[in-house]
Design a protein around this ligand. Structure first.
Ligand SMILES: [Zn+2]
Length: 150
């Protein structure tokens, strides 16, 4: 949480983001243990964030090996400076696409958004649980995001 806030404030009022890393607990909860930042070649604009994929993949692999494969990709996070933490239409599409992409390693990806930026940030997080026919955008549910702090 501390790192996320630091990265968010450092780019404010431009968007930033990265990956959420952790594991799925026995009860199915996603447990976030750390995060990956945007990377040196990421692009930050007022209304968009485009991560540095090579950096993200390398960081993810490093983390995966360091934890003997226990901790891996759980989802993504990004900021909405001067807005709220609700998912945009594009965020929802992105989340659905990640869930459908088998190489992502998860069918239930998380998306965490820090909204705000004018002095405070609010954290919103959803976990993709599925799509019901005809109710595409209603099928995002806030479930559980546990942030472990050390
Ligand atoms: Zn967004």
């Amino acid at each position: 949480m501390h790192l996320m806030l630091e990265l968010a404030s450092g780019r404010n009022p431009y968007e930033t983001g990265g990956m959420l890393i952790g594991y799925e607990a026995d009860n199915g909860d996603a447990v976030v243990t750390s995060l990956i930042g945007p990377g040196p070649r990421a692009k930050h604009t007022r209304f968009g964030f485009y991560p540095d994929p090579e950096y993200q993949q390398a960081e993810l692999e490093t983390h995966f090996h360091a934890t003997n494969g226990r901790e891996t990709y759980l989802g993504d996070w990004h900021t909405h400076p001067l807005s709220n933490s609700n998912l945009s239409r594009m965020d929802k599409k992105t989340l659905a696409r990640i869930a459908k992409t088998t190489t992502s390693g998860t069918k239930n990806p998380l998306m965490a958004i820090l909204g705000g930026g004018s002095g405070t940030w609010e954290l919103g997080a959803v976990r993709f649980l599925g799509v019901k026919r005809g109710l595409f955008f209603d099928d995002y549910r806030l479930r559980s995001l546990i942030v472990e702090t050390f």
